[in-house]
Design a protein around this ligand. Structure first.
Ligand code: ZN
Length: 333
């Protein structure tokens, strides 16, 4: 990469860069109902979105993701908001930018870009060029709103990642990072292994790559170890869910406590992750514990990725994986 790269600079300065936690989990606490588009809140309740960002910055996050996970026209179309892609993404970026710039130290804003929710041809009806154009439209709006980089996440299909990266490149000069979700027996829903992901994503000129969401810390720790073994040089991102979700009544509860997620942060750093945060179920309390844990010296996490407190991740099935992806899409915004 020859262009200026604020992410690499901040990782070099910090050692391990602390990311944020879930957006959707907090918005639900603030009244977002299941099935509502979180991106709409960028215009309806910008102060609530800014408060979430501010709480993560206060907890120690040095990079925050915009509330735009479902901000592509394919996702917004489900809510008849596909004519507002530019408005909602620009607003998302502007809110996060304000929260970052109010911090007493440098905080980067990454423009979140999630999957379209459609399958590419020939499995589905979406052409590569349609996907690329939708991602370019979203990326352009996030760039206009002031993000420092673009962050493609929760991906299952390497071709959709490529469409997002190429779309982002067409629309902006910003650095691009990408993470995939390895929740189906340590593969993505589309059958991509961690090794295949590193090989393919490693050729896309990304500023960082890795794993997010899924079945909790044990899964991400194994994925990161395998990615690091495959490529010693690339910046690796780990953003694990707070354990495994289960329903209590109709409420979704995650079993990963802040203390356990602090342990995860040290483990995954020692396994080679350079950017560490949380996905679904993680709150500012979880991020604060990760900050404390990462302040301890490297190599202090004890041996082995598996420890008491977490059940081994179950073998994913296509249907459980699909529902998890929908859940992330719905809740994480
Ligand atoms: Zn998630």
């Amino acid at each position: 990469m020859t262009q200026p790269n604020p992410l690499q600079d901040l990782v070099a300065e910090q050692g391990v860069l602390l990311l944020d936690g879930a957006m959707g989990t907090l918005l639900m606490e603030m009244g977002l109902t299941s099935g509502d588009p979180p991106e709409d809140w960028n215009v309806r309740y910008p102060e609530r979105i800014e408060e979430v960002h501010r709480r993560y910055v206060d907890a120690g996050s040095r990079l925050i993701l915009t509330n735009s996970f479902g901000g592509s026209r394919f996702r917004l179309k489900l809510h008849r908001l596909d004519n507002r892609v530019t408005e909602l993404n620009r607003a998302a970026a502007g809110i996060a930018r304000r929260a970052a710039d109010a911090a007493p130290h440098k905080v980067l804003v990454a423009g979140s870009i999630g999957p379209t929710g459609e399958l590419l041809e020939p499995l589905g009806a979406m052409s590569f060029d349609e996907a690329k154009a939708a991602f370019a439209e979203q990326a352009a709006a996030l760039a206009e709103g002031g993000v420092d980089l673009l962050w493609v996440e929760t991906m299952s299909d390497l071709e959709e990642v490529r469409a997002a990266v190429e779309g982002a490149r067409e629309a902006t000069d910003l650095p691009v990072a990408a993470t995939m979700t390895f929740d189906t027996n340590r593969h993505t829903m589309m059958g991509v292994s961690p090794e295949q992901a590193v090989q393919a994503l490693g050729k896309m000129g990304l500023v960082a790559l890795g794993a997010n969401c899924g079945n909790g810390p044990d899964e991400i720790e194994e994925v990161i170890a395998r990615m690091r073994a495959q490529n010693p040089d690339v910046l690796l991102i780990a953003k694990a869910n707070a354990g495994i979700p289960h329903f209590t009544g109709d409420e979704l509860v995650y079993d990963g406590t802040p203390a356990l997620m602090g342990e995860y942060a040290r483990h995954v750093r020692d396994l080679g992750a350079n950017l560490v945060g949380g996905c679904c179920g993680n709150t500012p309390d979880h991020i604060a514990r990760m900050a404390e844990a990462l302040a301890q010296p490297a190599g202090s996490a004890g041996a082995g990725p598996v420890r008491a407190g977490f059940k081994p991740a179950p073998t994913g099935t296509a249907s459980s994986t699909a529902s998890r992806q929908r859940r992330h899409r719905r809740r994480e915004g």
